[in-house]
Design a protein around this ligand. Structure first.
Ligand SMILES: NC(=O)c1ccc[n+]([C@@H]2O[C@H](COP(=O)([O-])OP(=O)(O)OC[C@H]3O[C@@H](n4cnc5c(N)ncnc54)[C@H](OP(=O)(O)O)[C@@H]3O)[C@@H](O)[C@H]2O)c1
Length: 308
């Protein structure tokens, strides 16, 4: 397995410098995971195409029994070589639990932590962002995006300052509301952003009409929220067999069917399905392996879901 690691991977793992003996258990599965990666246009950095969303299931955690499956989820997530975790200060306990478990498992290195600013006013925004650094227990947050276009211009100025001094690496905006799309597109045209985050799913393809092409044109990375429409897509196919032709793009489950549709869009960088179970990680990360559907196959998938 070691023979297949590139020099860059070896250096990253500390092996080429003989530092490997000092490192706690390097995960060779992660080093050679072969996950499908997509590039962030503004930097050229690659990210695994499947990440982790923390809305809802990470929001109301108070007991050790509730924490345990999330610890397993994060451990598995890191072990399979995934990196992108999406959170928000508005997701109850989510940021704090991410920070706590990342620190407990000592897995900050190599993770890509994304959160949001979600409040009105400059000072309130700065305060909220500082609290995110504390809750996530990190001196550097990889991406902060303005949540649902709330006071966008005010916060983008703050975020650019933070990026300039190296406390954050990327800035962006998010939405999951079609009635914000027009404003979202205007903002994408007017601002230079590293990332956008938008809702897109096999049965919710509106963002594919203008927002995703615009992101490609404006060289913005795209993170997809609500990739399953919460439970909606699973409900739509309940009791139905996965079509045999799904094997043509190495798809074994419904979750992979839905996610492979998303990450095969050329403008999409990654999807962040909500996950609070290790088994979901194993399943969903399968969408970042093997072949992806081509344009004709993507149309077939659309026709399929439109017909159920
Ligand atoms: N405007 C914004 O910025 C915005 C808005 C919405 C969401 N987001 C982000 O996007 C993320 C994703 O959205 P979401 O979590 O609301 O919805 P989602 O990803 O569309 O659906 C998540 C749900 O799908 C089910 N699921 C996940 N993997 C599965 C699998 N392999 N097999 C069967 N069921 C599976 C789980 O349901 P159960 O837990 O019930 O089993 C999970 O809670 C959020 O967590 C958040 O980080 C951002």
């Amino acid at each position: 397995m070691l023979m297949r690691l590139t020099r860059r991977e070896l250096l990253k793992a500390g092996m080429a410098t003989g530092a490997s003996l000092l490192l706690p258990a390097i995960d060779l599965r992660a080093q050679s995971s072969g996950l499908i990666q997509k590039k962030i246009p503004s930097s050229g950095e690659s990210l695994p195409a499947i990440g982790l969303g923390t809305a809802r299931r990470w929001e109301s955690i108070t007991t050790d029994a509730e924490r345990a499956p999330l610890r397993d989820t994060l451990r598995e997530f890191k072990a399979v070589g995934a990196t992108v975790i999406d959170s928000s200060p508005t997701y109850g306990t989510a940021e704090a639990i991410v920070g706590e478990l990342v620190s407990e498992l000592k897995v900050r290195d190599g993770l890509f932590l994304a959160t949001k600013v979600s409040i009105s006013g400059k000072e309130a925004g700065v305060k909220q962002i500082e609290a995110s650094f504390k809750r996530l227990r990190t001196p550097k947050i990889d991406l902060i995006a303005v949540h649902n276009l709330r006071d966008t211009h005010t916060h983008l100025a703050t975020l650019r300052d933070l990026r300039r001094v190296g406390r954050i690496r990327y800035i962006g905006i998010t939405t999951s509301f079609p009635n914000q799309y027009a404003d979202f597109e205007r903002t994408m045209k007017a601002e230079k952003l590293d990332f956008i985050q938008v809702d897109y799913a096999l049965d919710n393809r509106t963002a594919g009409e203008r927002i995703l092409p615009l992101a490609a044109e404006r060289s913005m990375a795209v993170m997809i929220n609500l990739p399953f429409g919460r439970g909606r897509l699973f409900n739509a196919v309940q009791g139905k067999q996965l079509p045999e032709w799904a094997a043509e793009f190495d798809c074994k489950t419904w979750a992979q069917f839905f996610l492979k549709y998303i990450v095969s869009h050329p403008a999409v960088t990654c999807a962040v399905p909500g996950m609070a179970k290790a088994e979901y990680v194993r399943d969903n990360i399968g969408a970042a392996h093997g072949r992806l559907p081509d344009a004709a196959m993507r149309r077939r998938m659309e026709n399929f879901i439109d017909g159920v």
